[in-house]
Structure formats: C-alpha cells, structure tokens
Design a protein around this ligand. Structure first.
Ligand SMILES: Nc1ncnc2c1ncn2[C@@H]1O[C@H](COP(=O)(O)OP(=O)(O)OP(=O)(O)O)[C@@H](O)[C@H]1O
Ligand SMILES: [Mg+2]
Length: 451
C-alpha cells in the first residue's frame, strides 16, 4: 500500500512512534518548507531520527486550482494534475541511509515520503464536510472504484510560514497506519495534490458525526448503549495498542449508515509506554479534559480518554455538553460541582499536583442526580457507570474494559444491535451548519509540537 511505503517502517517510526526528543520533532517539522511562486521550488527534507542533516528536494508541478484539488473532471486532462517529478539532491552532509533523506538511485535520491503516493486526481470532490484545526475534510468519490471516501486536506501552513509539515498530521498518519479495528476510522492512503503543499489523507467515509446527530435525534436508551459499547470497544482497542487518543469528543466520533461507530481524528494521539513518562498537559479539547490534566499532571495515562468517554455518555443523555468551561479554572469548578471537590482521601496525591495550589476550592458535595436527573432516562446503573468514568482520581477511574463490562449493559433495555440502529438522512453530504454548542478548538493548532 502506498501509505505504508510512504510512512511506515521509516525514520517516522523512531521519530513519532517512539519517544521523540524536542530536537527530533523540530527537525521533522522542517520536513517540507517553501516552494517557489512559479510552482517549481525546493523543499528541505527532514533528517532521520538522529543527525540534523538536510537534503534539497526539487519538485516540478503543473498548474493547479488554488486548493490543489481536482474539482470536476478528473484525469490527465483535468486541472490539478499532481506532482510530475520529485527528485532529491543530497546536501553534502546528508546520509543516504535514512528513508526520509532518501537512498541513491541512478545518482539521484529517491524520496519515499512522496514518491509512491498516488495523486488526488482520481477523486471527484462532492462537498466539503467540515474544516477542523488540522485539515479540511471533503466527501469525495473514488472514480476508479465508485466508492465514497473522506479526504482530509492537511493544513501545512507552508505558504505563510516555515513551520513545515504539521507534526500532528505526521503523527495521525503514523498511528493510523498501524491500527485496524471496526471502531477506528480506516486510513486508506495518503495522496498528493498539485504540489507538496497539497497532501490529502484518504479515509473510509462515515455518513454522520455523532455531534450533529445528537442535535437532531433523540437516541433511545438502547441506542445510547449501542453507541457507548462500540465507543468503549474502540477505545479499549486503542489502549491495548498503546495509543492514547487525547481528543475524544462527539465531533471526533462518526457513525455510518450501518450503525457502526468509528473514532476519528488522531491529530493529538500518541503512542505511550510503561512506566508512563511525562507528556504535554495541553491536550484534549477543554470541555472533555480530565481533571488531572487541568491540574498540570504530565505523567498521565490512558485514563484521560476514559474521562472524555464519560463526558460523551453524559452528552448523549443531556443533549448538550456536560461541562462547557470557558477557561481551565472554570472547567475545573464545573467538574467539582458535579463530582464534589477531591481530597487526599478520594484522590491520593491530590495535594501535591502541580496546579493544586493555584486552584483552591472549598470542599463541596457531589450533585450527580441534580445535574443528571432521572427524567434523562439515565438509570441508577447508568449513573453508576458514569461515575466510574468520571472519577477524578485517575487510578480509581474505570478502564475501557471495566466500563464495557459494567452491569448497565445487562440491564433492560439491552443495547440495540448496530444493524437495527435507525437510519438517518446523510448529514455529511452537506457542509456543517453553525452549531448550538461549538466546542473550543483542540489545544495546539496546526503545527504545534506536542509530546
Ligand atoms: N472519515 C470521515 N468520514 C466522514 N466525516 C469525517 C471523516 N473524518 C472526519 N470527518 C468530519 O470532519 C471533521 C473534521 O475532521 P477531523 O476531526 O479529523 O479534523 P481536525 O482538523 O483534526 O478537527 P478539529 O480540530 O475540529 O478536531 C470531523 O469532526 C468529522 O465531522
Ligand atoms: Mg476533530
């Protein structure tokens, strides 16, 4: 598969799948920089995992539409024909061993990052679905197979700055190439547009985003259980695969017309290991962010994802996000209003968390039933499951496997079978309208280097 040739088994693995140092990430971020205004230009190719050396890439392109996307007729006569050639000339110091730096072929360097990637010409754009922080997502038809796919055009920011190829996209590609599960969106390949500024990820397509469906449909308890169980299975698979998603929210959960749920958007995801090490604490969209992150803990675990799943479960019942904080302090106060303020007894180590002294809260009692009244159809067992996922102390918080095994799923009504989930008018065939509850953007923004 082209993508495997492009991104797997290379220095990307050492750089992104492993434990990258800041220096390594900065070097990768300079993977692709600047192209001449006439379409022909040069790019700096990132070095391998160790030596900060560079090679020069020369790319010739034909003219293309501004977004680098072949809109309408496709094929060799269509606009936006992709890269004609990409040849790397090594800088004197560049070692030919790294796949990123390329290996010598007939005196010239072959650059596997883009060589081997097909062009976007075979896809016909149908509509724009949404624009996120890291990319613009289109619904498109594969003219060779007639399948509908989702194309995410990466935001490279290269035209305006020399930030280079966004590390979030590299990480998303690197992680997704290794994942294969019914509840994780499938990345088919990466294709090139008209220049190295136009890079698209080709995903399996899902007709709906959970957030949009929640605005339009009242899910029954059996349907909520069906969605939650699939979400937990997907998250359990990620954690078993040593991946923390770090941005679970209703807009990053998709549903197809067969009732199958898919987790998407791995822009903030990363591999983790044990024992856990320090990562950046500015991850997860504020409304879905776990208290240990808000309190500055950097040696966090997969439990940050479970907190987000708890927020998603509550949102499915409330039909609005559970905690709509305006800033970190406000977010934490909303959480404590529901859960009660933690103590050393309920959260061992609480008093020594980095931001503990900056956020001082008076002791308060939990208000679970006031925030989530029974009229919301959330039974006592359902509320108990929610409490297991929204436990402030991460080590006492449920794992995905614990949650998926909870007696709530054995209580009537039983989870709906996915094939019997209601079918909805396709919501991704038109662009996103303005939202009642637009969650804040994920932390970082395109190009930010996250650990
Ligand atoms: N495979 C897909 N099928 C259908 N829709 C999709 C697919 N992938 C993404 N989308 C839609 O596009 C939106 C943006 O995609 P994605 O979340 O991957 O981008 P992003 O730039 O990381 O977003 P954000 O910064 O807002 O989280 C998603 O919220 C979802 O609605
Ligand atoms: Mg997203």
């Amino acid at each position: 598969m082209a993508i495997a040739a492009c991104f797997a088994g290379s220095a990307f693995e050492a750089l992104l799948g492993g434990i990258p140092s800041n220096e390594e990430k900065l070097r990768t971020a300079s993977l692709i920089e600047g192209v001449g205004a006439n379409g022909a230009g040069s790019a700096l190719v990132g070095p391998g995992a160790r030596a900060p050396k560079r090679a020069k890439l020369t790319v010739r392109v034909r003219s293309s539409p501004p977004d680098g996307f072949s809109n309408g007729a496709v094929g060799s006569s269509g606009r936006g024909v992709g890269v004609v050639s990409a040849v790397v000339t090594p800088s004197p110091s560049a070692s030919p061993k790294s796949p990123l730096r390329g290996s010598p072929v007939d005196g010239k360097l072959h650059r596997p990052l883009m060589d081997g990637c097909r062009t976007v010409d075979r896809f016909r754009k149908l509509n724009r679905i949404d624009e996120g922080t890291y990319g613009v997502v289109y619904r498109a038809r594969d003219t060779e197979t007639d399948n509908i796919v989702a194309l995410k055009q990466l935001k490279l920011n290269a035209a305006k700055s020399d930030e280079g190829f966004p590390i979030a996209s590299l990480r998303e590609i690197n992680i997704l190439t290794r994942l294969d599960h019914p509840h994780v969106v499938k990345l088919h390949e990466v294709v090139m547009g008209s220049s190295q500024h136009h890079i698209f990820m080709v995903f399996e397509y899902a007709e709906h985003e959970l957030k949009t469906l929640l605005e339009r449909h009242d899910f029954s308890v059996a349907e909520v259980k069906c969605l939650l169980r699939q979400l937990l299975e997907g998250v359990e698979y990620l954690h078993d695969s040593w991946v923390i998603h770090r941005d679970l929210k209703t807009s990053n959960v998709l549903l197809n017309n067969k009732g199958v749920l898919k987790v998407c958007d791995f822009g903030l995801a990363r591999h983790y290991g044990e024992p856990s090490r320090k990562y950046t604490k500015t991850v997860v969209t504020l409304w879905y962010r776990a208290p240990e992150l808000l309190l500055g803990l950097r040696a966090y675990t997969t439990k940050v994802d479970i907190w987000s799943v708890g927020c998603i479960l509550a949102e499915m019942f409330l039909k609005r996000p559970l905690f709509c904080g305006k800033a970190e302090l406000h977010q934490l106060s909303l959480i404590y209003q529901l859960t009660g303020v933690p103590t050393e007894e309920t959260w061992p180590g609480y008093d020594s968390l980095p931001n503990r002294k900056s956020f001082d809260f008076k002791l308060s009692m939990p208000t679970w039933r006031m925030v989530l009244p029974e009229v919301g159809d959330l039974s006592d067992a359902g509320l108990e499951l929610l409490r297991c996922m929204l436990t402030c102390c991460p080590s006492r918080r449920a794992t995905a496997a614990d949650a998926a095994d909870h007696p709530y799923f054995d209580e009537r009504p039983l989870p709906q079978d996915p094939s019997l989930m209601p079918s909805f008018h396709e919501t991704n065939s038109v662009g996103r309208a303005k939202r009642c509850f637009r969650s804040p953007p994920p932390p970082g923004g395109a190009g930010l280097l996250q650990e």
